[in-house]
Design a protein around this ligand. Structure first.
Ligand code: ADP
Length: 401
């Protein structure tokens, strides 16, 4: 049987999905992840499409991404004997200025994507390590890169640039936006489930460990809270979100911090963790009864509300808000705090629906609808890989700039 493998390689993790490629909308067969790659205490878990556990290994050593992929594939071969992998879909965080659609990878294109590693140093090298490992393991399979930046590549120029001398824009210093696979899934969901909203003005809040918001007009991204890097916009689990660049100058000049130290501070020690001094995990913050944990949640929801107003202005109004990501899908508290007092924009929450985690949580008379939609980035990758297998890849739509 023909299969599609999806890979999502993080700095020390590898998430994967196995899909049945013989059906047009490929159904998930199994998924899993490898954690703590590079440590002696790595773990591997595989579960069936319905979430039932299928296999677990570890804690034990997993050397690197190639080792992780080998371990995953051995488990998959044992669990699903006779399954041939015809396509591998990769999440690649950065596609640079030109990639506005998934692309079939050749060794030359994969090498070229290394150019964007300095733009996303904590993600891109690991994504490409996964690509190289899969190319070596499946030389006959089509390898498809799906970029987190691609969905945003047709932003209007004002939303794509910084007010720096133009030479920097030409060198690629632009507002790219990320979480594009998640937003593409949500846009596709709206097209099917709520076509009127799909053709309207929607703000999607992807609130997970990483968090951003996206303005959708007619199903297309016209604005994002993230910019050049995955640091900008909302505060996140351990990332700072929007920061006055003057703070960086101060840290370098007055505190003598190096680029590596600042990177560590902004990516790993800030956000909810930095503010609370306790945890990056929203569940722990909600359960904690400390002023710092409460303030961390307040800052998080305040910034979401602020960006909601800004993105509604970009859209010229608002028809719907969609919550997704681990926090957006599960945290009643965060959703309630974001929507509180938003009547001025036409948004009224139904507290009971919100408490029940219902798919629609706006009040009946609310002009702005509020939806909760579980995202599925792996499915977006599998769809793109399936289209390449069928010989009908997504067209590349160069921006009109
Ligand atoms: P990632 O960006 O790593 O994919 P997720 O989308 O899985 O992150 O989201 C992780 C976040 O979701 C964590 O902060 C976690 O605490 C939060 N979360 C998950 N379930 C709940 C819940 N029931 N209530 C509040 N927060 C939750």
């Amino acid at each position: 049987m023909s299969r599609i493998l999806t890979l999502n390689a993080g700095s020390s993790s590898l998430k994967f999905g196995l899909f049945d490629a013989s059906v047009p909308e490929p159904p998930l067969v199994a998924s899993g992840h490898v954690d703590s790659i590079g440590s002696p205490n790595a773990g591997i878990t595989v579960k069936a499409a319905d979430g039932a556990p299928l296999a677990a290994e570890g804690p034990g050593p997993v050397k690197d991404h190639a080792d992780a992929l080998d371990r995953v594939l051995s488990l998959v071969a044992r669990l699903f004997p006779g399954a041939a992998v015809d396509a591998v879909g990769h999440r690649v965080v950065h596609g640079g200025p030109d990639h506005d659609a998934p692309v079939a990878l050749t060794p030359a294109i994969a090498e070229d994507l290394d150019r964007f590693s300095p733009f996303a140093p904590l993600h891109q090298p690991h994504n490409l390590a996964g690509v190289r490992a899969a190319m070596a393991r499946f030389p006959g399979a089509v390898q498809v890169a799906c970029f987190d930046t691609a969905f945003h590549r047709r932003h209007p120029w004002e939303n794509d640039t910084f007010a720096l001398p133009r030479a920097y824009y030409d060198k690629g210093v632009r507002r790219y936006g990320f979480h594009g696979l998640s937003y593409e899934f949500i846009a596709g969901h709206l097209r099917e489930a709520a076509p009127l909203l799909h053709s309207g003005r929607v703000v999607v809040a992807h609130l997970g460990n990483g968090a951003s918001m996206c303005a959708l007009l007619d199903g297309r991204s016209v604005g994002s809270t993230m910019g050049f890097s995955a640091l900008d916009g909302l505060p996140m689990g351990t990332r700072c979100g929007q920061l006055d660049p003057g703070v960086l100058l101060y840290l370098m000049d007055q505190e003598g911090m190096s680029a590596a130290e600042i990177t560590d501070l902004l990516y790993r020690k800030s956000g909810l963790l930095g503010l609370s001094g306790l945890s990056n995990d929203m569940r722990r913050l909600e359960a904690a009864d400390t002023p710092e944990a409460r303030q961390a949640i307040s800052y998080f929801t305040f910034r979401i509300r602020r960006e909601l107003g800004a993105l509604a202005a970009v859209l010229g109004g608002l028809d719907a808000v969609v919550f997704t990501g681990g926090i957006g899908e599960n945290s009643r508290l965060v959703r309630a705090r974001v929507c509180d007092g938003m009547h001025w924009i036409g948004l009224d929450l139904d507290p009971d629906a919100n408490a029940a985690n219902a798919p629609e949580i706006s009040a009946k008379l609310s002009r702005v609808r509020v939806l909760v939609v579980p995202t599925d980035e792996e499915r977006v990758i599998a769809r793109a890989a399936a289209r390449h297998l069928e010989g009908r890849p997504y067209p590349t739509q160069r921006s009109l700039r």
